[in-house]
Design a binder for this molecule. Structure first.
Ligand code: CAA
Length: 260
């Protein structure tokens, strides 16, 4: 499928999607948000894809936010609809059955940080700057930022970032628990690929179940979440890969997984 504002490359089971709108530092307009939803559906349907790395085109930005020139004249109803388009796109990303990795190569502000927060694993280059400047524009994060940020860093830190609009550097974002690692710019993509490759060695159904349980369980009480885990653990023993994985271990040979 062709995209106006996304570049898609697939190699060795890893899809790399680059948000590429250089004239607006990769800002997310409606078209780009619809393309994010479409690429998620396309990659989910492609059996050759088992991991996704998301990054920004150019040297300066991951994504500099939602598109301010598009939003400036919105009515209240248009604002709500735009938020819904963003939520739909990011929910589609979050629901992918394989890991998604944000390679934050520069500014990740507003909707750009929200895009990263919809990914499973967040890594950034030393020059990345992160923040939610929405309040300085007299709005709020509208693509899940108030909720996903809070779940990741807690209410107090989320309030500080959303209410001040402060832009923080990658080292501070890591200290806050927003990022897993901070890498020199020229090592960021290689690091993200290496993480994806380690995951690719594992049983695909186990990876999908692990992701799903952590996502769904985090919003449930512990008893209900643990019940989900018990059920899923049983399901794993109906897969060929479980037999292969344990037989390979006992035979002291590498396992070869089929994803079923
Ligand atoms: N929307 C639209 N255009 C944007 C943009 C955005 N979010 N961010 C940058 N651009 C455009 C600029 O208007 C500029 O265009 P022109 O060359 O036509 O003037 C071009 O990209 C380059 O940007 P700057 O000249 O501003 O670059 P800089 O290096 O001086 O500053 C920056 C970089 C600090 C990221 C600055 O561009 C900036 O502050 N951008 C806006 C960040 C922001 O407020 N994001 C949140 C948006 S609201 C939101 O996201 C709501 C939501 O949750 C749904």
């Amino acid at each position: 499928m062709g995209y106006e504002n996304l570049k898609v490359e697939i190699a060795g089971g890893i899809a790399t999607v680059t948000v590429d709108r250089p004239k607006a530092l990769n800002a997310l307009n409606s078209q780009t948000l619809r393309e994010v939803a479409a690429v998620a559906a396309e990659l989910e349907a492609n059996p050759a894809v088992r991991a996704l790395i998301l990054t920004g085109g150019g040297e300066k930005a991951f994504v500099a936010g939602a598109d301010i020139s598009e939003m400036a004249g919105f009515t209240s109803e248009q604002g709500r609809a735009f938020s819904a388009v963003g939520h739909k796109a990011f929910a589609a990303l979050e629901a992918l059955p394989f890991p998604t990795i944000a390679a934050i190569n520069g500014f990740a502000l507003g909707g750009g940080l929200e895009l990263a927060l919809a990914c499973d694993l967040l890594y950034a280059s030393e020059k990345a700057k992160l923040g939610f400047p929405e309040a300085s524009l007299a709005v709020i994060p509208g693509f899940g930022g108030t909720q996903r940020l809070t779940r990741l860093v807690g209410k107090q830190r989320a309030k500080e970032l959303v209410l001040t609009g402060d832009r923080i550097d990658a080292a501070k974002a890591r200290e806050y628990g927003l990022l897993l690692e901070v890498l020199p710019a020229d090592q960021l993509m290689a690091h993200c690929r290496a993480v994806a490759e380690r995951i690719l060695k594992n049983g695909p159904v186990a990876v999908a179940q692990g992701k799903r349980l952590i996502e769904q369980g985090a919003d449930l009480d512990l008893g209900a979440a643990n019940a989900l885990e018990q059920q899923a653990f049983g399901v794993m023993f109906g897969t060929r890969d479980q037999k292969e994985g344990m037989e390979a271990f006992l035979a002291k040979r590498p396992a070869s997984y089929e994803g079923r």
